[in-house]
Design a protein around this ligand. Structure first.
Ligand code: GLC
Length: 714
């Protein structure tokens, strides 16, 4: 925890996220989760131990949605902001198609961290997509991850299979296995998981390979008590009342209120059946159904379209005209008012959903003094258990729904009791400030644990996010080779600890062999490793190495190693190196210049055979075949862009042909005196310094030339 207080980064990738006038229910991706994260951000920032909260989400630039979602920043409240990061296509996309772009979300998040010059104390991801992103960011930064699933893929898969839907079509529509993989990955990496109910833990998370109940924390979501409060004593007629009055013959009758997205699972149809079939119920109360906003039902997606068509049909079938209101539109600010209207009318809130792990609307109703009837499932069971403000029902039992509604509406003494106890329970058990208190207790516990872990490992956390200059060295014959000057170089780096220096190595060796060599020469572990000639990147975590998997994905482009190997076989004088030297993205040969054709001819032949690779020749004897996008230089550039380093603040040292592309360009190059002939062509180039000394002494000489420990002006 920094001295000013905690910096918490919340991540919620999909949907339309804004603080002002949230468009909840506009589509399947813009619902309860959006509200949850905004309110959590606000409540966290209000706590005295928290200094800053950023809610990272996707930037959407699309004329079909409001321009608000294109703004890079929006304030939620003091100390809390929405940060919108651009990644993938600009337009609004549903969450199922965002998967391929999530790695660039990671890169953008790192850029943001660099820009504000502050590493979060905790990353908290929401839903599977953010779980994927959050686990990566937390690993790269070496900070703890918290995760909230909101809803879970394995549970969804099971329900869809139960409904007889085929696995392939579930896969096609929902990318369910990608989602489940991301969830497993997030659970595997999370220090703790926040669930809303115990049932969610027992019945849903338990299906995961990474189920670990010790790390699960049940804290119900809070409700915004400043927005949801009981009605004042006078009857009132807000604009939404006028809207409802267009539907209702006797608009001041008690209201049976249902509010949910038009989703099959919300089971609105059973409610209409229950109401339509019961005259006593119709005489006692009107039915008000708030099912999102709509313009043209026919233009909506299949699911909501079916639900709304069925609703209209049932109203007609039971001839409920004048008794049921189902407004086309409502604003976010109307929602608390609708609850108050229903409470004022001595009505009831009903949630007949088929399953309900959460039930935020029930807490809102409780806080508004409106008694409830709800599905007997995890969320409602907890809420009614705490608030004692209503009745649980089997959502498929029409008669039970009718009886429960009549019971709540007709017994006025019980109504008063339920209303009062709901308000009390909401304040006591479901306030955000209470939520945040429990949450922060856990966060502090985790932070204490992770700082002890770091001390035990006796390694500092990665310096990359905070570095303002970077040294990248080739290993053999550059960094190592001369023990004395190497020791001197290490001492200089050590003594400049207060400077924000990041240091990495770039080598042809594979990772295990690199580490062995560094250990042999007593070189402290660097912040990052570019190994196997730039085809692999690793970071030095406090307890383990972390592979940069997005680099692998990036360079996989057009990589066809079999084709390359087959063609290489046809050349004389090139012989495969040992098995260990062959990597997923690197094929390595010994090259005998006396027998083999010139390297330029080999390149040409490969190209003519439509084999697009990067051929790297070094030390007059090694020939490496890499994907087009892989090289030491490209890896350095990738790291620079990922972590937001300016190339002019990167000093690169090398000695051979495989270092050529990382020495050229905007970076500041050093060629040590003992370099191979391949690098002679770089002589006289701007920003490439040819040292007069060998190995580490040459590096030190070059660093002095660039004033690396000083102002670093070229
Ligand atoms: C290292 C690697 C080898 C590679 C050479 C040149 O010696 O072990 O596989 O060919 O560097 O990049």
């Amino acid at each position: 925890m920094s001295e000013n207080g905690l910096y918490i980064q919340l991540i919620s990738v999909h949907g339309l996220v804004r603080n002002q006038d949230m468009e909840l229910g506009r589509d399947a991706d813009t619902g309860g989760q959006i509200k949850y994260v905004i309110e959590l951000a606000k409540a966290l920032a209000e706590h005295p131990d928290v200094d800053r909260v950023d809610l990272l989400t996707r930037q959407v630039i699309d004329s079909k949605v409001s321009d608000d979602y294109a703004q890079p920043e929006e304030e939620i409240g003091p100390g809390a902001k929405i940060i919108r990061l651009p990644f993938g296509p600009k337009r609004y996309l549903r969450k199922e198609v965002l998967w391929p772009y999530l790695d660039s979300f990671v890169d953008q998040a790192l850029k943001h961290i660099r820009k504000i010059d502050r590493v979060p104390d905790l990353v908290h991801s929401h839903y599977a997509d953010a779980g994927y992103v959050g686990a990566k960011i937390a690993n790269l930064l070496e900070v703890p991850l918290a995760h909230t699933g909101h809803s879970l893929g394995r549970d969804k898969l099971r329900r869809l299979l139960d409904r007889g839907i085929k696995q392939e079509s579930i896969e096609h529509e929902y990318r369910i296995s990608t989602r489940i993989d991301a969830e497993e990955y997030a659970l595997d990496n999370a220090e703790f998981v926040v669930a809303s109910t115990q049932q969610e833990v027992n019945d849903q998370y338990s299906y995961y390979d990474n189920y670990n109940p010790d790390r699960m924390l049940v804290i119900p979501p809070g409700v915004d008590l400043e927005r949801f409060y009981p009605p004042k004593s006078r009857w009132f007629t807000p604009p939404i009342f006028e809207e409802l009055s267009r539907f209702l013959k006797q608009p001041r009758k008690s209201i049976i209120l249902a509010m949910s997205r038009p989703d099959h699972r919300k089971n609105i149809a059973s409610l209409v059946h229950a109401y339509g079939k019961n005259i006593a119920l119709q005489e006692t109360a009107n039915l008000v159904i708030i099912a999102g906003n709509r313009d043209d039902i026919q233009a909506m997606e299949k699911g909501p379209q079916e639900v709304l068509n069925e609703l209209l049909y049932l109203i007609d079938k039971y001839d409920l005209y004048g008794k049921v209101a189902y407004p086309k539109h409502h604003q976010a600010d109307d929602v608390p008012v609708i609850y108050r209207l229903a409470a004022k009318s001595k009505g009831v809130f009903i949630n007949p959903a088929l399953t309900e792990p959460f039930g935020l609307t029930l807490i809102e109703a409780a806080a508004s003094g409106l008694p409830v009837v709800a599905t007997e499932d995890g969320g409602p069971r907890d809420i009614i258990g705490h608030c004692n403000n209503g009745i649980l029902i089997n959502p498929l039992d029409i008669e039970a729904i009718q009886l429960a509604l009549l019971d709540v509406l007709q017994d006025r003494t019980a109504w008063q009791k339920r209303s009062k106890s709901g308000i009390k329970g909401a304040h006591r058990y479901f306030s955000w400030s209470g939520h945040v208190k429990t949450y922060l207790k856990q966060v502090k516990k985790v932070l204490r644990k992770s700082s002890t872990k770091r001390k035990i490992a006796r390694r500092r956390t990665t310096r990359l996010p905070m570095s303002d200059r970077i040294l990248v060295c080739d290993v053999d014959n550059t960094l190592v080779g001369d023990a004395e000057s190497l020791e001197e170089l290490m001492r200089c780096l050590q003594e400049s600890q207060e400077k924000r220096i990041g240091y990495g190595i770039a080598t042809g060796r594979y990772i295990e062999s690199t580490i062995k060599t560094l250990e042999k020469w007593h070189v402290p572990m660097p912040d990052f490793f570019i190994t196997s000639v730039g085809s692999e990147i690793y970071y030095n975590g406090s307890s383990r190495l972390i592979a940069d998997t997005s680099w692998g994905r990036h360079i996989d482009h057009r990589w066809d190693p079999d084709a390359a190997r087959n063609l290489m076989q046809t050349f004389k004088g090139v012989k495969l190196q040992s098995k260990e030297e062959q990597r997923t993205f690197k094929i390595s040969y010994f090259y005998d210049p006396k027998v083999a054709p010139p390297v330029a001819d080999i390149r040409k032949e490969l190209r003519q055979n439509n084999i697009h690779v990067n051929v790297v020749f070094s030390h007059g004897m090694y020939l490496d075949i890499l994907p087009m996008r892989a090289s030491k230089g490209l890896a350095v550039r990738y790291l620079a862009s990922k972590w937001g380093f300016h190339p002019e603040r990167i000093v690169v040292a090398g000695d051979a042909g495989s270092d050529e592309d990382m020495l050229s360009g905007e970076t500041l190059g050093i060629v040590v005196a003992n370099h191979s002939a391949e690098l002679n062509k770089l002589k006289g180039r701007e920003r490439i310094y040819f040292a007069s000394q060998e190995c580490a002494a040459g590096i030190l000489e070059g660093m002095a030339h660039y004033n690396f420990f000083g102002s670093m002006k070229v």
